[in-house]
Write a protein that binds this ligand. Structure first.
Ligand SMILES: [Zn+2]
Ligand SMILES: [Zn+2]
Length: 180
């Protein structure tokens, strides 16, 4: 049986699992394609969340410059050990998979930012290598290596598909979504 989508990967805005792709707006339960979920947290609050169907995920990733794609990939290759992780985390308990930053291993405290990535296929939550968590420090590290072109494209993706920040947010979610 398919693993249910854990509450940590539900939409905070809709208080339920994500229902449509943020880019093409197709209903996720009808299109029969895998999709990824990305949520970013800052000081305990979700500041950005979205689901992207596979074709949209591919085109958004393709929009990154080659150089940025390579540096992002290199960062995670150098800093993560997916095999060790997959041996260690044998239980399908999402909490275990997102407890430590996938790159530096730290557990962010309540004042720090982090982002979550998950994947759903055939209605079931996918394990290995997702779900995963990247701490704000590692995210900043990757961001600092992205090309100006990639950053501009991300800014446009965010402004095209998302409203401004919630009223209570102090800073707009300017972070580059982690698509790994
Ligand atoms: Zn889509
Ligand atoms: Zn980290």
């Amino acid at each position: 049986m398919a693993d249910p989508i854990p509450p940590a990967f539900h939409s905070v805005e809709h208080d339920s699992p994500f229902s449509s792709c943020c880019r093409c707006e197709r209903p996720l339960d009808e299109i029969g394609e895998p999709y990824v979920i990305n949520k970013q947290f800052d000081r305990g609050e979700c500041v950005l969340e979205f689901a992207l169907c596979q074709p949209c995920h591919i085109s958004v990733t393709d929009d990154m410059s080659e150089e940025s794609k390579e540096t992002t990939q290199k960062f995670f290759e150098e800093n993560t050990d997916m095999d060790a992780r997959s041996e260690e985390l044998t239980d399908a308990d999402p909490e275990d998979w997102i407890r430590h930053c996938i790159a530096c291993g730290k557990i962010p405290n309540s004042k720090e930012s982090f982002s979550l990535g998950g994947m759903v296929m055939d209605g079931g939550f996918v394990f290995d290598p997702y779900p995963l968590m990247v701490c704000g420090d590692c995210q900043s590290e990757v961001e600092s290596r992205l090309s100006a072109q990639t950053k501009r494209r991300w800014d446009r993706f965010i402004s095209d598909h998302f409203d401004g920040p919630p009223e209570n947010a102090e800073a707009p979610p300017k972070r580059t979504p982690m698509l790994i």
